[in-house]
Write a protein that binds this ligand. Structure first.
Ligand code: 5AD
Ligand code: SF4
Length: 372
């Protein structure tokens, strides 16, 4: 019987949110009788769960599409919402395009395409317009890792940082009911998983009825059988000493904070629409280290944002040097469609972006080595 099942190969590009979405998609497909395969060459259906955060991430997908041998090809995730049916013009071999909030429809869409694939009724399907997900999709029990699970607490983002495409491809912020989040964690524990990472683009904005993020941390901390949990990502503008206190108080919570600074220059932070200053960020770091004993700290940095001068870059370099992050993820700015920054000239040339990128990378390498 098993051999009659159609095989699906799903490749994930991008962040942990996408890793979790891919599990959800695999779970939904398994429920409908498909077999999830790790062999792309033997798969009947190949799906790419894509990322649009940087140009480079999209380029990787465009070139991967050209190499697919399977009969049916689907593009899901952020690029689906970003390009919609225009994907069919750029890559005619693609059969379906499904946006981030429409993933529950994937099994039906594949069935519909399979029905007509070799006939004159063969069609291409795109679904990109839902604005929410049903809670139910998070409960298929499909997990890639047997010890650790990602649990989405909120979807979308409404911060509109000037460089970021996420609010346009993942929609408005939606907090999941905390009762459903807790139910999912209990299911994970019943399946033998003891470590959890709570996921959201900006977890600080979590709010469902009377429960904010700090309350949610307390609820999760008290789940029986859970051994350890953590969360990503926080936004400095919404991060408070109260959160640090809650981190310190929750005994199962990993003392780990990913706090993306993006730039050390106040002028650039303003252009990025980040809503905080360098001084505010440095105060936060000081408070974090005071309140959360032995806490680790990581960050994201973008170099070469439009109009970034050598002095602006120097401010970022000094901030990285002074803070001493445990790790830093450094990105070269790339223009993203729809965003506010797309109207600015991308005026830091490629070589200069590369130079700034490697200077901070080297600096962070030295800092990380010293911390070991
Ligand atoms: N160019 C470069 N890096 C970007 N990021 C988001 N948008 C862009 C962009 N247009 C980076 C930010 C963010 C991380 C996930 O990706 O640093 O925190
Ligand atoms: Fe993008 Fe800013 Fe939202 Fe993060 S907080 S996803 S950088 S808009």
């Amino acid at each position: 019987m098993r051999d009659n099942k159609k095989k699906v190969f799903l490749k994930t590009f991008g962040c942990q949110m996408n890793v979790r979405d891919s599990e959800v998609i695999c779970g939904l497909l398994e429920r409908q009788g498909y077999q999830i395969s790790d062999d792309e060459d033997k798969a009947d259906i190949v799906i790419f769960n894509t990322c649009s955060v940087r140009q480079h991430a999209e380029d990787k997908v465009w070139s991967a599409i050209g190499r697919v041998k399977a009969k049916i090809i689907g593009i899901v995730g952020c690029m689906a919402t970003n390009y919609r049916q225009a994907i069919f013009d750029k890559a005619p071999e693609v059969d379906f395009v499904v946006g981030t909030s429409d993933i529950a429809k994937i099994p039906l869409i594949i069935a519909e395409i399979e029905k007509h694939k070799d006939s004159f009724l063969a069609k291409k399907i795109y679904e990109t317009d839902s604005d929410h997900r049903e809670d139910e999709i998070y409960h298929t029990g499909f997990h890639l890792d047997k010890e650790h699970a990602f649990v989405v607490v909120s979807e979308g983002c409404e911060n509109y940082c000037a460089y970021c495409v996420v609010p346009y491809v993942r929609g408005r912020l939606r907090s999941r009911p905390y009762s459903d989040i807790l139910a999912e964690i209990k299911e994970d524990i019943d399946a033998g998983i003891t470590k959890i990472t709570l996921l959201g683009q900006n977890v600080n904005m979590y709010n469902y009825k009377e429960v904010n993020f700090i309350e949610l941390l307390k609820l999760v901390n008290s789940v029986n059988g859970l051994k350890e949990f953590s969360f990503i990502t926080t936004h400095p503008k919404d991060t408070t000493a109260k959160l640090f206190q809650a981190m310190n108080d929750a005994d199962k919570l990993k003392k780990y904070l990913h706090l993306p600074v993006q730039s050390g220059s106040n002028r650039i932070l303003k252009l990025m629409n980040r809503g905080y200053t360098r001084e505010f960020y440095l105060d936060l770091v000081e408070n974090y280290r005071k309140i959360v004993k032995n806490g680790t700290l990581t960050t994201d940095i973008i170099v070469g944002f439009p109009t970034e001068t050598k002095e602006d870059f120097q401010d970022t370099y000094e901030l990285v040097n002074n803070v001493g992050f445990d790790a830093a993820y450094i990105f070269k700015y790339s223009v993203r469609p729809h965003t506010q920054a797309a109207s600015l000239s991308d005026d830091v040339d490629k070589k200069e972006k590369e130079r700034r990128h490697s200077l901070i990378l080297e600096l962070q390498k030295r800092i990380s080595l010293k911390k070991r």
